[in-house]
Design a protein around this ligand. Structure first.
Ligand SMILES: [Zn+2]
Length: 808
């Protein structure tokens, strides 16, 4: 329910015709143009054709063997041979570097080691492939002059939104080619085209997988992804910026938004080069926003290449902008770039006074922006009769004719910035010093209008009192709820990071929520009353009210106050938000509802997908976005990362719960507050969070006696599996007024080495008291002890403590 990809537009807005074929738009003439043109129209070199017999191409753990066939290279550009075509018989082999990658490879291919034959191949590269192959082959006197396979595959990959051209251009023009080396092998197998990437600018250099058709679009299944050279992913991502050429320090954006849902903007990026030598910088920008110009600080117009416009197509052509600098980057010499762009589809009109503004993609950014922070200085020109709200502090608000001009400044560097506008009703509330502003649409959106009409004029003229479905009716309630959530999370996690929080309603057809810094986008179903929610088919009311509001509000802490370093760590945002949504249900409703939520989260993990996999079996939560693939249901990623990620915190909360503390959650709260303080406005990794847990863990949680939580993280974060427990215990009163407790705990369904720290609860009358943690280190644990006082019975899992099936 947060941070969706830009494809949400495509998915929701339906297919339209495909754009005519052709490559990226022609830029102003520049020395780079010759390179780009050569890349766009690759010409094979008749003098560089050879018979290949048992030619080995080795990239880290990957071996590509050209067993028997012919290979021909392209003409060089700027002295670099960048492409090759192979026809014949070949073999792709790869060895997974660790059990996680082995599990993923097996899931997709049923193989423990990758072993696939191929018949044709294309290679796109700036590394040493040409010399490597040249040493192993005999050149033919002359090769064929025409072979369209390379150009064909290049066009097909562009169609999928993964053109290699910007990356090849960058590497060819780089002064430091070794640091920017690129290699892509595209191999035709009986499973379709399989890709092998070795990209020196990616923290995980090696990636193997393929595109698979899932109906209206294709999705990339990653079979394996890992850093070269035997490094672990945790190590490669330790500093997510390590391979980044630049840090974007600040944005100054001047944007105009219209009542016709157009966006035109000028964005100035203040850039600090970290490394020297790069001549081409690549940014992400929604391809529906067309770039008019890029200028540097000396007002030089720079050449650029942009991916083709997506329009309403399901599959985007990519969102890249490659900018050619006047001079190569020099570390320590600041740079600013000014982008002018505009377009129609970044904002969608969804009814009278109802607009949907995309939260990411509307300004140029580097990928993985949640691992960095920048200052944002925003100016918006919007229709006078509408209200515009953006991230940051509103520093001015003036009217000029029919235009409202507002300015917004970030109080501190932020990961991202967004805005929303519409015919809003505004209400305010407060949570301590934090101002809560609610911006709810006055008019129902198009879908709500239809629902209203159906109930007023539809068959049988149903009397259900849906009334007017205006989100503004619930604005006041929303203010109270969001203020409650801010108070609750401030008490559990530490201070709210900003001075205010604005909440806007999203049209019904955009069924999600998103937390941006100081700005929430909430699905308007959450602004309706229960009769109206029923009318649009919502059955789980808590899911769209208390839970949803809590989840999204908590992203102010999870994602913004503390970011994440890599896709592996995104569960630290979504899982923690899921836990927080459930926590808000406990606070707003009761413990019974809180426990019901966890039972539901567990059910989601046990659900079978289209291929009969339980969601839990798809991979560890550490796999992050890779769980989204062609072999599972569209919702499986969310079910796994959100629900299991949340369960990790639920288990820690219950392990740390101490009834002897004045507040039984004291230790857990201290840990969460320490985590927020340590990574205040910074990105954290799974290992960073683990270190905080180890700092705060109790002695009873130390199952390995080494003050480490490896046992827990290896099972529930880096690993998979759900144990089944059977618990039997008797409690007998002794003659001297004590209780003799005797019993057995057995575990199945997981490896024998599995461990859990299990809370044991005593029941006395209608009271339930946590006695302590039982160390379940073996598949069967016997216990036999006597304690003071009278106890009726003992049990485990009273608070859904365990991500396990429990029989007792
Ligand atoms: Zn979320």
């Amino acid at each position: 329910m947060s941070f969706p990809s830009r494809s949400v537009f495509a998915i929701l807005s339906g297919i339209s015709c495909l754009a005519p074929c052709g490559l990226a738009q022609t830029p102003p003439s520049s020395p780079a143009a010759a390179v780009w043109n050569a890349l766009s129209a690759p010409a094979l070199d008749p003098a560089k054709s050879a018979y290949a017999e048992n030619v080995d191409i080795i990239r880290d753990h990957v071996r590509i063997n050209l067993t028997d066939g012919t290979i021909q290279f392209t003409q060089p550009v700027d002295g670099v041979v960048f492409g090759a075509v192979f026809h014949g018989k070949g073999l792709l082999q790869a060895i997974p570097p660790n059990p996680q990658e082995a599990q993923q490879l097996h899931l997709f291919t049923k193989q423990d080691k990758l072993n696939v034959e191929f018949t044709d191949a294309t290679f796109s590269f700036t590394d040493g492939l040409f010399d490597e192959v040249a040493k192993q082959v005999k050149w033919r006197s002359s090769g064929p002059a025409a072979d369209d396979l390379y150009a064909k595959r290049q066009a097909e990959r562009e169609d999928l939104g993964e053109s290699a051209m910007p990356r090849l251009l960058q590497s060819i023009l780089s002064a430091d080619r070794a640091r920017t080396e690129y290699f892509l092998a595209d191999l035709k197998t009986d499973k379709g085209w399989v890709e092998v990437h070795d990209d020196a600018l990616e923290p995980e250099d090696i990636k193997i997988g393929r595109w698979v058709d899932v109906g209206p679009f294709k999705i990339f299944d990653t079979w394996m992804s890992f850093p070269a050279g035997g490094r672990t992913s945790a190590d490669a991502w330790k500093d997510p910026q390590a391979k980044e050429d630049i840090t974007i320090r600040g944005y100054k954006i001047d944007a105009e938004v219209t009542s016709g849902a157009e966006l035109n903007a000028t964005a100035r990026l203040d850039i600090e080069p970290r490394l020297s030598g790069q001549k081409v910088l690549i940014f992400d920008l929604d391809a529906n926003l067309r770039l008019e110009s890029v200028k540097d600080f000396s007002n030089n117009s720079l050449a650029f290449y942009q991916s083709r416009e997506t329009k309403d197509r399901y599959q985007s052509y990519g969102d890249y902008v490659a900018v050619i600098l006047a001079e190569p980057l020099a570390a320590g010499t600041p740079l600013s770039l000014e982008f002018r762009y505009g377009g129609k589809r970044a904002i969608r009109k969804a009814g009278d006074g109802n607009y949907f503004c995309e939260s990411s993609g509307w300004y140029p950014e580097r990928p993985n922006s949640f691992s960095t922070r920048a200052n944002f200085d925003l100016t918006f020109h919007s229709p006078k009769k509408l209200v515009l709200v953006a991230t940051g502090e509103n520093t001015s608000d003036t009217v000029d004719g029919n235009t409202r001009i507002t300015t917004w400044k970030s109080e501190m560097p932020l990961a991202v910035a967004g805005f929303a506008y519409g015919d809003y009703k505004e209400t305010n509330d407060k949570a301590g010093d934090v101002v809560i502003d609610i911006y709810a649409n006055r008019e129902p959106d198009d879908v709500m209008e239809e629902v209203q009409r159906y109930f007023q004029e539809g068959p049988g003229q149903q009397e259900a009192a849906v009334g007017s479905m205006s989100p503004s009716m619930m604005a006041k309630t929303m203010g109270t709820e969001i203020a409650n959530a801010v108070r609750l999370f401030s008490a559990w996690y530490g201070p709210f990071p900003y001075k205010h929080l604005s909440v806007t309603s999203l049209p019904v057809s955009y069924a999600y929520g998103q937390g941006w810094p100081g700005l929430l986008y909430l699905w308007s179903a959450s602004f309706l009353d229960s009769t109206q929610r029923n009318a649009i088919g919502i059955r789980d009311q808590t899911a769209v009210t208390d839970f949803f509001r809590g989840h999204e509000t908590s992203h102010q802490w999870w994602g913004h106050r503390v970011g994440w370093k890599s896709y592996h760590d995104q569960w630290l945002s979504e899982g923690f938000a899921q836990f927080s949504g459930d926590l808000y249900v406990e606070y707003r409703q009761n413990m019974k509802e809180y426990l019901n939520r966890w039972r539901k989260e567990k059910e989601l993990l046990r659900n079978k997908d289209i291929n009969g996999h339980e969601v839990e079996e798809l991979g560890p939560i550490w796999m992050g976005q890779r769980i989204r693939s062609s072999i599972t249901n569209p919702g499986s990623y969310q079910d796994l990362i959100y629900s299991k990620g949340g369960y990790v915190l639920q288990m820690l909360r219950l392990q740390m719960m101490n009834p002897r503390d004045r507040d039984p959650d004291q230790a857990f709260k201290e840990m969460m507050q320490d985590y927020c303080k340590t990574f205040d406005n910074k990105a954290a990794s799974t290992e960073d969070f683990k270190a905080i847990v180890e700092k705060h863990m109790s002695r009873a949680m130390d199952l390995d006696g080494n003050h480490k939580m490896d046992w827990f993280f290896n099972q529930y974060v880096y690993g998979m599996g759900e144990p089944q427990y059977t618990f039997h215990a008797t409690a007998e009163a002794t003659a001297d007024g004590k209780t003799h407790i005797k019993g057995e705990l057995t575990r199945t369904g997981v490896p024998e080495t599995w461990k859990d720290a299990i809370s044991l609860y005593a029941h006395v009358g209608d009271r339930t008291i946590k006695m302590g943690l039982l160390a379940a280190r073996h598949p069967s644990e016997l216990f036999d002890f006597t304690i003071g006082g009278k106890i009726d019975r003992v049990s485990i899992n009273d608070y859904e403590d365990l991500l396990a099936e429990v029989k007792q």
